[in-house]
Design a protein around this ligand. Structure first.
Ligand SMILES: Cc1ncc(COP(=O)(O)O)c(C=O)c1O
Length: 380
């Protein structure tokens, strides 16, 4: 396959140097277009980046396309109010308690630099929370045990946090990359235990796939003034390219501190227009969400039939598995890409994780079945 890496390397230096830059200089995976070019990217199934395949609906995409020429020629609204109202309408919350970002990543950068001095976080985790700290040594890492599938026990974590006199902590629920779900009742107990902390960040970017009833802290968030919920919309709304994510807190003081650092026009016109479509398409959203939950269960059961894989339980729309036959995640990722045109997440560049874990996001039953077949061939 003719790759963008090859093309770019001709212009900029060696392919090995470029590969090192794309794969190892951040804790994220390279975008497919970086790896194989925009044209070839369409022929590859992307199980790496996590996005709901059933939303936006085809009608919404047509609507966005129809409005595209106008939208890119217009300035976005400089007031976040309308967008907050559109989002609040589907979340059933007060719009004043929302801050919307250019992806959750924009908000994480502001949280790290304006709200946090030191923070406790379990590893492996989503790397941005560490990487955007003013000084990465301010991250106190609670290492999860590979022999326990990196599972977190909230009680142990809280004990550890208290022992170190930490004032801020992070939990991602369901966890990324593990997919582990901490049930709502346990999270509520955890929040009570955390009453003496200044800031408890709970990233619920994947919670919409944790059950038909969404077990989110959002419904009880007003009881906890130190709680800041972070959610990426890339995953559950299937729009990683639009860049939308938000924070919710009952604590307006915390939100206002964040707001001071959000640039005017941080949301582009397409993203704002997309938010305006949410209230009228909410039932389609939940239909798609529930369908994807079923697909993930199917993928989980199919992967479990492969004796070379240890498949971890998940409450998210992705699944983490460990390769047990000695092949590394890097080798399996590269063979899936070269031989089967499938892109998966090699997790070995995540802090605290070994070299044998792959994460795959469900792309609907048909594509997932192709992935299961390819894995059977490559791991036997
Ligand atoms: C747990 C978690 N939070 C936040 C994000 C950021 O998402 P985005 O900036 O696309 O909204 C991600 C992306 O993978 C994530 O996994």
């Amino acid at each position: 396959m003719k790759t963008a890496i090859g093309d770019l390397a001709n212009a900029t230096g060696s392919a090995a140097e470029l590969r090192r830059h794309l794969f190892y200089e951040t804790s994220h995976s390279p975008a497919l277009a970086d790896l194989v070019g925009y044209d070839n990217a369409k022929d590859i199934i992307d199980f790496c980046f996590i996005a709901n395949p059933y939303y936006p609906t085809p009608e919404m995409l047509e609507d966005l396309q129809r409005n595209f020429p106008n939208l890119i020629k217009s300035y976005p609204s400089s007031s976040p109010l309308m967008s907050q109202q559109n989002l609040a309408a589907v979340l059933n919350v007060n719009p004043d308690n929302l801050v919307i970002g250019n992806g959750a990543t924009e908000l994480i950068a502001h949280i790290d630099t304006t709200l946090i001095d030191r923070i406790a976080l379990p590893i492996p985790t989503f790397g941005e929370y560490i990487e955007k700290l003013k000084d990465q040594r301010d991250a106190e890492m609670f290492a999860l045990d590979p022999n326990q599938r990196y599972e977190i026990r909230p009680v142990d974590y809280m004990r550890w946090v208290h022992k170190r006199n930490m004032r801020a902590l992070l939990v991602i629920n369901p966890g990324n990359p593990t997919g582990q779900l901490i049930p709502l009742e346990e999270m509520i107990d955890f929040m009570h235990e955390a009453h003496d902390l200044e800031l408890v960040i709970v990233d619920e970017s994947f919670i919409d796939f944790a059950g038909e009833e969404i077990p989110s802290l959002l419904q009880v968030a007003d009881r906890f003034s130190n709680l800041l919920i972070v959610r990426s919309m890339s995953k559950h709304c299937g729009i990683p390219g639009l860049r939308l994510g938000y924070c919710y807190s009952a604590n307006l003081f915390v939100l206002n501190r964040l707001r001071r650092f959000i640039p005017t026009w941080n949301l582009n016109t397409l993203a704002q227009y997309f938010l305006s479509l949410l209230p009228a398409t909410d039932s389609e959203y939940h239909e798609g969400r529930k369908r994807l939950i079923g697909d993930v269960r199917f993928l989980y059961n199919s992967l479990k039939e492969n004796p070379a894989l240890d498949v971890y339980p998940t409450g998210a729309n992705f699944i983490l598995f460990k390769i047990k036959n000695g092949m590394t995640a890097t080798e399996l990722q590269s063979r899936l890409l070269d031989e089967h045109q499938m892109y998966v997440r090699d997790c070995s560049n995540k802090v605290g994780m070994d070299d044998f874990h792959i994460r795959v996001a469900s792309q609907g039953r048909e594509k997932d079945a192709q992935l299961v077949g390819a894995l059977q061939i490559l791991t036997r």
